[in-house]
Every structure is written in structure tokens, then in C-alpha cells.
Design a protein around this ligand. Structure first.
Ligand code: GSF
Length: 203
């Protein structure tokens, strides 16, 4: 099994943390994305990472599907609960965290375009999603130890990756100053080996 990824992708980091937490061995293959002849198109027609390549050649994407698959490969370190309501709660949390990252990645991409082609209006629209998303994450977390209760699961992985990606690309967003509880959670998560081993290299 092989994971096609970049070292900076927050979606790929989610999968790498899930692999580590579940003690699943997997080779990492780093490939460039966003370039016209990206080799990733051979594995994913959308040219996006992460892609999980099974030994029989099957390619699995995108990150929510990969994590869902991995969670069923072994019961070790279950990341998504079985009961429908609990499962959907964690999956919704994943959608929220990934949605914040989608908006953040969108802004990064927009700012890489020539200045004259950038849309301030579009950037502001994405920024609103980030701000509202953070507020929702904080509200949902409340005073709990972990996102959905007493134990660590996929919701925590996604939240940790999302907040860390904001630090990585948007140092000016002071989410720690605004949301104590998210700061506390992020600090706790950053001490896990799976998080430490997947910190993105300096930009
Ligand atoms: C998003 C993957 C993605 O946008 C998932 O796996 O959850 N919904 C998907 N990956 C980016 C890299 S990054 O910003 O993390 C990517 O591969 N972009 C290349 C492109 O051409 O869009």
C-alpha cells in the first residue's frame, strides 16, 4: 500500500495521522501537484492528493474516503464510531474542518495568481467561511476534552490539521486569541507522536 501525497497537504496529513494512530504501515510517495504534467493524474483523474494505492493497483481518493477505508482495515484505534448518529457527527465534523481548509487553500491559490487577476471579493468570501467555520468548531468543542467527547477520534485529527494549516499559511489569523478551547485542544494534539511526525516543512 502506498500513499501519494505532498508534505504540506493538510488533507494528506489527516490520512498520515490516521495511518499512524491505527498503526498501519504505508509507504509515502511524495509527488508534485498543481502542475500540468503532475504524475498524480495517473492515479486520480482530478490530479489531487492524497491518493491511497492498494497493492492490487486500486486507487482510493479523496481523504474522507481513504480514512473511512483505513478505519475498516483494522479495528485498532477506531477513528469513526459505528452507531449511525455518532458516525455522522464525526463525518460532519470532518466536512466542517475540510471545508475550512478548502476555503484556506482557495485563498492560497488565488494569491498565487497575477495580482491583476485576483479577486478581493472572492478572497473575502472564502475568509468568511474560515471565520464562521472556526466559530462553529469552537462552539461545538465547548469544554469537552476532545471534539466529540471523552475520546480521541477523526474529528480531533481533522480539527488539529485544520488549525495547524491556518498557522502554516495564515499566521495573521489569531484563532488562539479568539478561541481558548481550540488553543487548548491544538496544544494537546500537537504532543501526539502522529502529529509531531507529520508537521509540514517550513514554507
Ligand atoms: C481535496 C484534496 C486537495 O485539494 C481531499 O482529499 O479531501 N477533497 C480532497 N488536494 C490539493 C493539495 S492541498 O492543497 O492539500 C491538490 O492536490 N491540489 C492540486 C489541484 O490540482 O487541485
Amino acid at each position: 500500500m502506498k500513499l501519494i501525497a505532498t508534505l504540506t497537504s493538510p488533507y494528506a496529513r489527516k490520512v498520515r495521522i490516521a495511518l499512524a494512530e491505527k498503526r498501519i504501515e504505508c509507504e509515502l510517495q511524495v509527488e508534485p501537484v498543481g502542475v500540468p504534467d503532475s504524475p498524480v493524474f495517473r492515479f486520480n483523474p482530478l490530479g489531487k492528493v492524497p491518493v491511497l494505492l492498494l497493492d492490487d493497483g486500486t486507487a482510493i481518493y479523496d481523504s474522507p474516503v481513504i480514512v473511512d477505508y483505513l478505519d475498516n482495515v483494522t479495528p485498532v484505534g477506531k477513528l469513526i464510531p459505528e452507531p449511525t448518529r455518532a458516525r455522522i457527527h464525526v463525518k460532519s465534523w470532518e466536512a466542517l474542518g475540510d471545508g475550512i481548509v478548502d476555503a484556506a487553500v482557495g485563498i492560497v491559490m488565488e494569491k498565487r495568481r497575477p495580482a491583476a487577476q485576483q479577486s478581493e471579493e472572492w478572497i473575502a468570501k472564502q475568509r468568511k467561511k474560515i471565520d464562521h467555520g472556526l466559530q462553529a468548531l469552537s462552539q461545538e468543542l465547548g469544554e469537552k476534552d476532545y471534539c466529540t467527547g471523552a475520546t480521541f477520534n477523526l474529528a480531533d485529527i481533522v480539527t488539529g490539521c485544520t488549525l495547524s494549516y491556518l498557522d502554516f499559511r495564515f499566521g495573521e489569523i489569531d484563532w488562539r486569541g479568539e478561541y481558548d478551547n481550540l488553543a487548548r485542544l491544538a496544544e494537546k494534539l500537537s504532543k501526539r507522536k502522529s502529529f509531531k511526525d507529520t508537521v509540514p516543512p517550513a514554507a
